[in-house]
Ligand binder design. Structure first.
Ligand code: NAD
Length: 381
């Protein structure tokens, strides 16, 4: 089959869905690989890099879509892109079907098989295709780099001839994939790291990474936050009050706060309130990775960085993976090629879209002129 990557049209998006190295793997599966001219430039891959990897470069989006059976993208498709696709073609990209019913209807009407990388089941077998995790990992890492870049001091403690420097104190709120990456990066820079999550089962992971789990004096902590699939549930008002009281106590001591708390299908919980920001020391930094979902910090402005009157920098960027376009494209390109490996079981360039397979079924949101989302629950956990 022929598979090709489009140039991303979302403003500022630097990633690309196929890299020269992932193209080589796709070719080993028997596929012919294409890219739209310039698709990789913002992530550091020139058209010549692709040509050297045996990839055909098409002059524009229409030519690329016209040339291939499978269109690969990073961001959800635009209506225009979907309109250009034809019956029987496959699209593989982030899709967020729950938030995009109109795109889902359009893909169905066009007869496009849409594979949503955000719908890959989060089971062990599918970890190599889990683009939500690979991108969250990058976001967590980059959040610390952004924080360090905006913090006027060392992260690590030092004893120098010119004076003794204490380590920076970093609090990470939410220890999912992004939070754990932020913890690991902060620890590796030498900071003293504290972390909190409503899921107490992450305490061990946090501590094994060299950070301190912030326990609440609340007997329900062991139950609160437990929900299906390992995701968090909204907290009870009593739990939330305890949590906020703890954060109020920590706010004046912290130099950097990185918030990553999310609850599926809801706005981000507001956990870092205005009075906590006001209680922080001048020069402190907040990076709010939940900005796209409204932010965990009450003052976050999505896509902006600003300094408060009391000298606290608040960063609400929503494009952390794109800020590391090369790395993000490499990992996302790998996620895609692993998915294509499952779609090409005989490695003969022939796609077998096996709807009996939990991973393929789970990620397929439209197929054969049908909306196939939401999928039935997976048979294997
Ligand atoms: P997420 O992005 O949905 O949420 C981030 C974190 O915020 C979660 O750890 C959540 O517990 C936390 N949170 C929510 N409300 C909070 C609050 N009020 N205060 C503090 N923290 C709060 O999470 P994610 O990174 O997508 O991971 C979700 C789950 O999926 C985790 O259990 C993770 O281990 C699991 N997972 C499994 C696999 C796999 O292949 N098995 C892969 C990736 C993730």
């Amino acid at each position: 089959m022929k598979i090709g990557a489009l140039t991303e049209v979302f403003e500022g998006e630097a990633r690309v869905a196929i890299t020269p190295s992932s193209a080589a793997h796709l070719q080993k599966l028997g596929h012919e690989v294409f890219v739209e001219g310039g698709a990789g430039v913002r992530s550091g891959f020139s058209d010549d890099d692709y040509r050297a990897a045996g990839v055909t470069v098409e002059p524009g989006a229409a030519a690329l879509i016209g040339a291939v059976d499978v269109v690969a993208k990073v961001r959800q498709p635009t209506e225009e892109e979907l309109h250009q696709m034809k019956d029987g073609q496959t699209l593989i990209s982030f899709f967020y079907p729950g938030q995009n019913p109109e795109l889902l209807a359009l893909a169905k009407d066009k007869g496009v098989t849409a594979i949503a990388m955000d719908m890959v089941p989060r089971i062990s077998r599918a970890q190599k295709m889990d683009a939500l995790s690979s991108m969250a990992n990058i976001a967590g890492y980059r959040s610390v780099i952004e924080a360090a870049n905006n913090f006027g001091r060392f992260f690590t403690g030092q004893v120098t001839a010119a004076g003794k420097v204490p380590p920076a104190k970093v609090l990470v709120v939410g220890a999912g994939v992004a939070g754990l990456a932020a913890i690991g990066t902060s620890v590796s820079l030498g900071a003293q790291v504290y972390a909190f999550d409503v899921r107490p089962e992450v305490a061990e992971q946090i501590e094994s990474m060299g950070a301190e789990f912030v326990f609440l004096d609340f007997e329900e902590q062991a139950q609160d936050g437990a929900a299906t699939g390992g995701y968090a549930a909204p907290s009870s008002p009593e739990f939330r009050e305890k949590q906020l009281a703890k954060f109020r106590e920590l706010a004046p001591q912290m130099d950097v706060v990185i918030t990553t708390a999310l609850i599926p299908g809801r706005d981000a919980p507001k956990l870092w309130t205005r009075d906590m920001v006001e209680a922080m020391k001048p020069g402190s930094v907040i990076v709010d990775l939940a900005a796209e979902k409204g932010g965990n910090c009450e003052l976050t402005i999505p896509d902006e960085r600003f300094v408060t009157e009391n000298g606290v920098t608040i960063i609400g960027y929503t494009d952390f993976p794109s800020r590391m376009g090369t790395q993000a494209s490499e990992l996302y390109g790998n996620n895609i090629r692993h998915f294509m490996t499952d779609l090409t079981p005989k490695k003969d360039g022939v796609i077998d879209h096996n709807m009996e397979d939990d991973v393929i079924r789970g990620a397929t949101v439209t197929h054969d002129h049908d909306v196939t989302w939401p999928p039935p629950p997976p048979k294997i956990a």
